[in-house]
Design a protein around this ligand. Structure first.
Ligand code: XIL
Length: 364
């Protein structure tokens, strides 16, 4: 019996049971085919996915998406664990995964305070590294990593999370050792290493006006120095109630006023309460046995609303990327049971998937 035949009978059975439309939609539709022209839809891959080991995930990713991001593989600590050692095996497979499927392949991320090994910021005497040494290390890192994938990686998150909540430059070892021009230098080195790649600044909480203003100041200062930057990545790590749709829309309009592409680079909707360590599990982990139908529907509505904004401003948004494929893959679990994505732990599409499909169909 062929796969097609089996699929048909599942749909027929579903129809008999009275839930044909949803199931049929799940069998038939691919997000990548429904997105507006000029807007790609992607997902962050973990290594089991880019290695091809998690075949169930690979099937869904191949069918649904036309863009990929590396969840961890291209971070500094993964590619450059010690000064004289670069690691590229799994990284090469990640890039090839995307090229084989004609997907847009993104690089994430070159300069960040997190997931960067301690050696980077250490001087010879064991104290803090000096400016010239750190600039040289940054250049070496960017040249080697960006250079390796020249012409194959479409765009890079060059600098990640460099702005603090109040809009000032975040205090990081990059800033304290090099000074404010570390960001401009990172963009220049990336440009030299691959003049054809798009270069992005990426951050979260951009719906907060003070932080967003800081990001826009940074972008304008780069532009005024003649440094080319192609896009702003808004991570989009959101919750069910916050930020509001009005805040998401206001933020988008503000970011697009820079003239740059706006991308939603790490979308997920956190459903768990903020809870202190050691909090009562019934409070901290309320959906350990599954998501109640009512929450499932709230999540679906939230995703529909969010995609409504993307669609309304389709000329400004060039990409939407989910930070993980299924709830089982999400970084938001961290010892609890979260349900932030469009596919559940059994890799079945959730009502949120159907809701996104519906919004996209309505816009066509
Ligand atoms: C996260 C990964 O998903 C986790 O697996 C890892 O342990 C920590 O980093 N902002 C970013 C991403 O830019 O790189 C982070 O990814 C999530 C927050």
């Amino acid at each position: 019996m062929t796969v097609t035949h089996r699929t048909t009978s599942v749909v027929a059975l579903a129809a008999a049971l009275g839930f044909a439309p949803a199931l049929a939609a799940r069998q038939t539709f691919a997000l990548k085919d429904l997105m507006p022209k000029g807007m790609v839809v992607g997902v962050a891959l973990n290594q089991r996915q880019s290695d091809g080991v998690d075949t169930a995930a690979v099937d869904i990713i191949t069918k649904q998406f036309n863009q990929i991001s590396p969840e961890n593989l291209l971070k500094f600590q993964s590619t450059h664990p010690s000064e004289d050692r670069f690691v590229f095996e799994a990284q090469d497979r990640y890039v090839q995964f995307g090229l084989d499927r004609k997907m847009q392949v993104i690089g994430h991320t070159l300069v960040w305070h997190s997931q960067t090994p301690a050696w980077v910021f250490q001087g010879k005497d064991g104290g803090a590294v000096d400016r010239d040494t750190l600039v040289a290390r940054m250049r070496d890192h960017i040249r080697t990593v960006v250079g390796r994938y020249k012409g194959r990686i479409h765009g890079w998150d060059v600098v990640n999370e460099a702005i603090d909540e109040d809009g000032s430059l975040r205090q990081t070892p990059w800033l304290s050792a090099i000074g404010e021009d570390y960001i401009a230098k990172a963009f220049e080195f990336a440009r030299e290493a691959d003049p054809g790649a798009e270069l992005y600044y990426n951050d979260f909480n951009l719906e907060k006006p003070a932080k967003r203003a800081g990001v826009i100041r940074l972008v304008k200062s780069l532009q005024s120095k003649g440094i080319r930057i192609d896009g702003i990545g808004n991570q989009g790590h959101w919750r069910l109630e916050t930020p509001s749709i009005a805040e998401i829309e206001a933020s988008l309009l503000d970011l697009r006023s820079t003239g740059l592409k706006v991308m939603y680079t790490e979308v997920d909707i956190n459903l768990l309460p903020q809870a202190a360590r050691g909090a009562d599990p019934s409070v901290a982990n309320p959906y350990a046995n599954g998501l109640p139908e009512e929450k499932q529907q709230e999540l679906a509505r939230r995703y529909a609303d969010v995609f409504g904004v993307f669609i309304k401003h389709r000329d400004a948004v060039s990409r939407v990327t989910f930070w993980g494929l299924s709830d089982a893959d999400s970084w938001l679990n961290r010892g609890r049971t979260n349900h932030p994505l469009l596919w559940d732990r059994q890799r079945q599409p959730k009502p949120a998937f159907d809701a996104v499909v519906k919004v996209l169909q309505g816009a066509r």
